[in-house]
Design a binder for this molecule. Structure first.
Ligand code: PLP
Length: 433
């Protein structure tokens, strides 16, 4: 399978090259040239298939010849080594818990898949040619990437995070692994971190000396495997043929929801998508006004969705042939303030005895809004992080929040980071480490 650039000014490349490059040279996102439907038989009998079988069936057309069947199956087995339970609130609404992986955010699957594919592509290279993965993080991405690439041979990971601006748990997840993972603590904001990474990718002097790649969320290695969630949960929901199904996805960069749309293109019978947003709501405003007006992001309690200009929206437009009405037909959007999010957290705890994280609570509010117009739907909410990752907020409303072992085990470990205050310091670090 080839991937083309959505900016249309770079040649199409293989899965391998798209994964290694991340972004096309013309700065466009890569998109598959063809999306082949899975057989009706497979979808009809999906309950007879394991997670691993479903994942292979879904992704194999995109990977193509670049990774042989047995190696790809082994990668999938390693990536999917935890559960994706569907928890029913009532007959109509369920939570799909995507937080049972090592860093307790849904980004684990994409990060682990990308890491293993990259390791596969690099495995025959000698050590001196190791690749450095750069990633700027405002929270969850860094931890998932660090854990996904931990001890992967031939790859060094350098994470930049803004000093004092990530949660306690998130900082520990970034700074306590050691081995091939280094955390750089940047005196600045997330935007400063991201700017340094971008500068590095344009720095010819640096690029002549070391091999760099990026592991941000637009990489196809992180984006594509997210479609698995929709297939697994559809199987577990067991809808009848008359049931109409909607997915509510707490959305920031719109990668996760866009992977659901890809699943639908491949034949999974999903009727509607609900993009549940905090007040960073450019897509919601677009669908109401036809004007796409991106803004700088505003900080909220669902911080992984504080995105002013979602990078995956171009993929969504492309799936729906850039047709406004067709996007609007498939996608219900809504946006909620932090006060409303807190009300959602309280309602879930008090009415359903379910402890959500702030992102899942926004997803729940999205379903409530949607059901007002579409009362006969069955809805699945993607619960994208474990509530204990946001214990500062969630423990205000319940005494029953427990720290899972994935989190308690990092909290006692010693933080190790390198302080960075300028691009020059960053570059020197890369050249001398
Ligand atoms: C990254 C993230 C999101 C947003 O996902 P997108 O694919 O960027 O829309 C939502 N919730 C959590 C907890 C996240 O870490």
């Amino acid at each position: 399978m080839k991937f083309y650039s959505l900016n249309g000014k770079s040649p199409s490349v293989s899965f391998k090259d798209a994964l290694i490059r991340g972004l096309a040279p013309d700065k466009g996102l890569y998109f598959p040239e063809k999306i082949k439907k899975l057989s009706d038989d497979f979808i009809k009998n999906i309950e007879n298939h394991s997670n691993e079988e479903i994942a292979y069936e879904c992704i194999n057309q995109f990977v193509g010849q670049d990774i042989p069947e047995l190696d790809l199956k082994k990668i999938i087995d390693e990536v999917l080594s935890f559960d994706f339970p569907l928890v029913k609130l009532n007959n109509q609404i369920s939570f799909l818990e995507l937080f049972h992986g090592p860093t307790m955010a849904f980004k684990d699957v994409g990060a682990r898949f990308m890491a293993r594919c990259l390791a596969y592509f690099l495995k025959n290279q000698d050590e001196s040619k190791s690749v450095t993965v750069l990633v700027a993080t405002s929270g969850d991405t860094g931890g998932a990437v660090a854990s996904g690439f931990y001890k992967v041979k031939g790859i060094k990971v350098v994470i930049l995070y803004p000093k004092g601006k990530v949660s306690n748990v998130q900082e520990k997840q970034l700074t306590t692994l050691g081995e091939n993972i280094t955390a750089l603590e940047v005196d600045g904001t997330f935007d400063d971190c991201q700017a340094m990474v971008k500068t590095a990718f344009l720095d010819k002097d640096l690029l002549n000396k070391i091999r760099l790649t990026s592991a941000n969320s637009i990489n196809i290695g992180r984006w594509l495997p997210q479609m698995f969630y929709f297939f697994f949960s559809y199987r577990d929901l067991k809808p009848s043929t008359e049931d109409k199904v909607a997915y509510s996805v707490p959305s920031g960069n719109f990668g996760n929801i866009c992977a659901g749309m890809l699943a639908k293109e491949m034949g999974l019978p999903i009727n509607k998508f609900i993009a549940s947003n905090n007040i960073n709501d450019v897509v919601n405003r677009y669908l109401n006004t036809k004007i796409y007006d991106s803004k700088p992001s505003i900080q909220t309690i669902s911080n992984a969705m504080d995105v002013g200009d979602p990078s995956n929206f171009v993929r969504i437009s492309n799936i729906y042939k850039n047709d406004f009405n067709s996007i609007k037909e498939n996608l219900h959007t809504c946006s909620f303030t932090d006060d409303e999010t807190v009300d959602g957290i309280k309602e879930l705890i008090n009415k359903f005895n379910y402890i959500p994280d702030p992102h899942g609570a926004v997803g729940y509010l999205g379903v409530n809004d949607f059901l007002k117009s579409y009362p006969d739907y069955k809805c699945i909410i993607l619960e994208t992080a474990h509530p204990a990752k946001f214990s500062e907020i969630i423990s205000l409303y319940t005494n029953s929040l427990e720290l899972p072992s994935q989190i308690s085990s990092v909290m006692d470990k010693k933080k190790e980071s390198v302080n960075i205050d300028s691009y020059l310091a960053f570059k020197n670090y890369l050249l001398n480490s």
